[in-house]
Ligand binder design. Structure first.
Ligand SMILES: *Cc1c(COP(=O)(O)O)cnc(C)c1O
Length: 365
């Protein structure tokens, strides 16, 4: 077969998702494995979301509300903003893609921290624009000064991940303020806040505080992490209404499914579940850190529900050995950290399995 594919599409490195848990268990002849690889909610989905999804099953022959009226209204009320500032997505990934399609011409540049969330580069490259990667600083944080220095007349878009995946570091409100003031006003700045619910640092920037500054600042939020609905695919962007109107032009008319809209709206009402999740993650992280200290393993502090561990040896090999013990983590080799793994806080018993297995694996290497 002859395919004529644009060079910029062929240049995209395909996203490698973690294998499904069932597949790994079959391959390794294990059962009862623990997955701490994708920063998911260890408690499962919110029970209120599950009930709302159940109630909407009988309407699956209908198209969803393409305007996402109920969920958008709920979000607008929660944040005290106009509904016209909100764009729903099939996961926040979908909003990232809409931003690239709406804002980038072939040859335009987008600034991306590296390492960070892989979807930014994929979306930028898929429209023929150029991803300009800016390394993190020595503290594994996004280097805003280095990013500012890479601005050119072709720069249209800046992606910031706060907290940053995979390093868990945050941008302070002051640092973001200064960065925005030093940036040409027509450049759109995206703050991906997928993990913002877990942040404990009081000085952390919040994208919403920059919504009314007369410049395009977009805040991305998702129901995939703290709300426990990763499989449902629902997220959203908050942005000046003029920019939201542009995104609606490139948005698929029914990009947010009816079950996703219903589940997300109910999850927003389940404040008790959200608080329980945050408490569990914080106590899980504190417990993991104490136990890693006790066995002399070096890790990095975090503001998210995951963190990096320096295993001081080949991370792919540690990943394989942990897998054989029934513990699934993420090797950071493909992110440029050949000696680091990333792990998220799980249930107490899962955290225990992980630390015990890691201790055994590191002793053996
Ligand atoms: C998990 C994650 C998301 C969420 O993506 P969805 O498409 O909403 O599931 C967004 N950004 C980052 C940095 C993430 O880690």
């Amino acid at each position: 077969m002859t395919l004529s594919i644009p060079d910029y599409i062929l240049a995209i490195e395909p996203y490698k998702p973690g294998k499904p848990i069932e597949e790994l268990e079959r391959e390794h002849g294990i059962g009862d494995s623990v997955k701490l690889a994708s920063n998911e909610n260890p408690l499962g989905p919110s029970p209120k979301a599950l009930a709302a999804i159940g109630e909407h099953l009988a309407t699956l022959h209908r198209y969803p509300d393409g305007g996402g009226f109920a969920l958008t209204a709920k979000l607008a009320a929660k944040y005290g903003i106009a509904a016209s500032a909100i764009v729903l997505g099939n996961g926040s990934d979908d909003v990232i893609v809409m931003l690239s399609r709406a804002l980038l011409r072939p040859g335009d540049e987008a600034l991306l921290p590296r390492p960070s969330f892989l979807m930014y580069a994929i979306s930028v490259q898929s429209v023929g624009a150029r991803p300009v990667f800016v390394p993190l600083n020595d503290a594994l944080a996004i280097d805003l000064e280095a990013m500012r220095q890479r601005v050119t007349p072709r720069t249209r878009l800046v992606f910031l991940c706060n907290p940053n995946n995979p390093t868990g570091t945050v941008i302070s409100a002051d640092a973001l303020d200064a960065f925005l003031q030093g940036l040409p006003p027509e450049i759109t700045v995206v703050l991906d806040e997928a993990y913002i619910e877990f942040v404990r640092a009081l000085n952390c920037a919040a994208g919403l505080n920059f919504l009314d500054r007369g410049r395009p600042v977009v805040t991305l939020r998702t129901f995939s992490k703290a709300y426990g609905l990763a499989g449902l695919r629902i997220g959203y962007g908050i942005m000046p209404p003029a920019l939201a109107a542009i995104l609606h032009r490139v948005r698929q008319p029914f990009n947010a499914g009816s079950l996703a809209q219903a589940g997300a709206a109910a999850a927003l009402d389940d404040e008790a579940f959200l608080q329980q999740t945050i408490r569990l993650v914080h106590s899980g992280l504190d417990d993991l850190f104490a136990r890693l200290d006790a066995i002399g393993v070096r890790y990095f502090p975090t503001q998210a529900n995951f963190f990096l561990i320096d295993v001081r040896t080949d991370a792919d090999a540690v990943f394989d050995r942990l897998l054989a013990e029934g513990v699934i983590v993420r090797s950071m080799r493909s992110y440029g950290y050949p000696h680091y793994i990333r792990v998220n806080a799980g249930l107490p018993a899962e955290n225990d399995r992980f630390v015990t297995a890691l201790g055994r694996v590191l002793k053996a290497t």
